[in-house]
Design a protein around this ligand. Structure first.
Ligand code: 28F
Length: 650
């Protein structure tokens, strides 16, 4: 890394701070907990930028008892010299000017992260106060900012209390920032230590050698993340508890001008593909050009290997990309400039040059790896796994063709089971997937048929985690769901065909119901992930009890709420416990679980795809010991609560 001397004049000034409080959504997405955490990540991003450019190695994050958070790094310290035209210190410019930072001026940092790239000034603007200490050239500097309302009721955000001043001597070097999110913006929200740990762990995996120390002074909890193996350690973490097909992940690192690529992958005996890609430390959940480039290169190199080593005979056809990706767990880590994000959730990389670069670099590096005789066994394991996948694919295709004629009759059957909605407007239509025929019957009678469709499920749909795609497709319950939703699955998934805005899983509040729900969620997660990503999947919560008396009725949805409900009902109350949805008559089911005005729904979201992936594997996989350990870790939760805990409640 060549050191380039920074001057305060290098900061490009674009616009003032005022806009942030008026339209917080434009800068941090929401003023909910996610937006509040965003304030923290803006600061952490700056620290990571400094460290990944070669200065310093440690970030400390502390949640303080007054609700503020502190972030400290041991880099060079933000510049303290005065900006030539703005006549204030570099620190003040960074913290009071929107878009200040290297992101619009690529001379200082090779790459720069940042979710929205708006910088620390947004954190300052949305904080009650923000204190910055810089340790640099043996001196300690300090500046405080605050937000307040003047006598005329006008807001002033992120105003320096006084200019940056030297406050003492030090041997340290780096930057320390403490800020208190303004309760006028965020209400009484508190930082969530677990959420912060999850993202910090991901950042530590993605930035080899980076050390992140987290402390929660409210609970005395501490976590330290530091991975010398970087994304290879990430891959090992992701396949924990699965059966690996070879011992160490394959890893390579390649660079081009202003482009940096790291890839690590391993295979397990599972039948699914697990790809995780990142651009400038941001998860690209919807994939994009970098993933496309990698997949194409991977297929090419492996087919070539199979040919050259006579594992694929002359008369045999090339294997497909999907064959090679069966059972793979891969992490793709790209650093580049001028990223363009696209897609439904702006998590898809759009830059066309990323495809070519990743493709060329991967072909070069992977060929090198597999030309090395040391890696011959690994290559053979991969090719043989792919051959197995291809065989099944061919067999499934034949089976499909054979049953095609039969299918039209079967489709007729499906229509019989599905009670459709009369409206064809997908924006208002809802599909209830209901456990059991008797509950299904009540739901059909109780629903508002204008916009609510009912699909009763008989028996348990099969566990998608343990089956190959052809078996999943052969399952009648699953086929019913696929044809009702009309989106296709897997590679063919297309949201535009979707017939329902909400897909609501309605199962009993017992272990069996929890299992059915877990199976359905696993299926959606594996084969229709876009449905979850786009916010269409919900879990309906039926009541557990009815507390009633003459003309008083109250439905209770959790054990914890029962005592208060009984108190509200007063003496001589009656109590009914619902063992299953089937015990409710149509009116009750409508009133408690289906009426949009009164029902409780949980929206299923994937906040963290890697964690969700691990959870699904553990809960649905073969490793009974791992499952027990996972459940025991949350000793106060039964399996059902444990599962729900990982999803965001709305
Ligand atoms: C706790 C949060 O914000 N750390 C930071 C630096 C170091 C420099 C810098 C930051 C360069 C291009 C603006 C120092 N010396 N931690 C942090 N450490 N910013 S933020 O420069 C300012 C940016 O535009 C730095 C020489 N060059 C850069």
């Amino acid at each position: 890394m060549t050191e380039k001397n920074y001057n305060a004049k290098d900061i490009v000034v674009l616009e003032g701070l005022d806009a942030v409080r008026l339209r917080p959504g434009m800068y941090i997405g929401t003023t909910g907990i996610k937006g509040m955490h965003h304030l923290l990540w803006e600061i952490v991003d700056n620290a990571i930028d400094e460290i990944s450019n070669g200065f310093g190695d440690t970030i400390k994050i502390t949640l303080n008892t007054d609700g503020s958070a502190t972030v400290e790094d041991n880099g060079r310290g933000i510049p303290v010299d005065n900006h030539p035209t703005l006549h204030k210190s570099g620190v003040e410019v960074v913290y009071t000017t929107l878009h200040a930072g290297g992101k619009f001026n690529n001379d200082n940092y090779k790459f720069s992260g940042g979710l929205h790239g708006v910088g620390a000034s947004v954190t300052n603007a949305l904080s009650k106060w923000c204190n910055v200490t810089v340790y640099k050239d043996k001196k300690e500097y300090f500046i405080a900012f605050h937000s307040f309302m003047d006598e005329d009721g006008k807001m002033h955000s992120g105003i320096p209390v006084e200019p940056l001043k030297m406050v003492g001597k030090t041997d340290k070097s780096g930057t320390k920032v403490t800020f208190l999110p303004d309760s006028d913006m965020f209400g009484n929200l508190k930082f969530n230590f677990e959420t912060i740990c999850n993202r910090a762990k991901e950042l530590a995996f993605l930035n080899k050698g980076l050390r992140i120390e987290l402390n929660d002074l409210n609970t005395e909890r501490q976590e330290i993340y530091h991975y010398e193996g970087g994304i290879s350690d990430f891959v090992e973490y992701l396949v924990e508890g699965k059966n690996k097909l070879f011992n160490k992940p394959v890893y390579f690192h390649a660079e081009d001008k202003n482009f940096d690529l790291q890839v690590s992958f391993i295979y397990t005996d599972s039948y699914t593909e697990n790809s995780f890609s990142f651009v400038n430390n941001i998860p690209t959940i919807e994939g994009g050009t970098h993933e496309t480039g990698f997949k194409s290169a991977f297929t090419k190199v492996m087919n070539e290997y199979a040919r050259n080593n006579n594992i694929l005979k002359e008369k045999e056809q090339n294997l497909l990309g999907e064959d090679f990706r069966e059972g793979i767990t891969v992490v793709l880590n790209v650093k580049m400039n001028n990223v363009q994000f696209e897609g439904q959730t702006k998590t898809k990389l759009g830059n066309p040059e990323a495809k070519t670069l990743v493709e060329n670099l991967t072909i070069k590096e992977l060929s090198k790896i597999f030309q090395d005789k040391k890696n011959a066994t690994t290559a053979e394991i991969i090719v043989n796994k792919a051959k197995g996948a291809a065989k099944v694919r061919e067999a499934a295709k034949k089976a499909k063709e054979l049953t095609r004629a039969k299918n039209s009759a079967e489709n007729f059957n499906l229509v019989g089971k599905l009670a459709a909605a009369t409206s064809k407007n997908r924006d208002i239509c809802e599909l209830f997937i209901v456990e059991g025929d008797s509950a299904g019957g009540s739901a059909k009678q109780g629903r508002d048929r204008k916009f609510q469709a009912i699909l009763p499920l008989r028996g348990k749909p099969l566990n998608a985690e343990k089956k190959r795609i052809d078996q999943v497709l052969a399952n009648e319950e699953i086929r019913t769901i696929i044809s009702a939703l009309n989106t296709g699955i897997g590679e063919d998934f297309d949201l535009s065909g979707l017939r329902y805005n909400k897909v609501i899983i309605l199962s009993d509040a017992d272990q069996d119901g929890a299992h059915i729900r877990a199976i359905l969620l696993t299926f959606f997660f594996r084969y229709m992930r876009g449905l979850i990503n786009d916010g269409h999947v919900f879990i309906g919560l039926p009541p557990l009890y009815k507390v009633y008396k003459k003309d008083y009725v109250e439905y209770v949805y959790s054990d914890a709420e029962l005592p208060q409900a009984i108190e509200r009902a007063g003496r001589n109350y009656s109590l009914q416990r619902y063992k299953g949805l089937g015990e409710m008559n149509p009116e009750q089911l409508w009133e408690t679980t289906m009426d949009p005005e009164k029902r409780n729904l949980i929206q299923v979201t994937i906040e963290d795809a890697a964690e969700a992936e691990k959870m699904v594997t553990t809960l649905m996989g073969d490793d009974i010991e791992a499952r027990k350990a996972y459940i025991n870790e949350y000793a106060n939760f039964d399996k059902e609560d444990d599962f729900l805990k990982n999803y965001k409640k709305i």
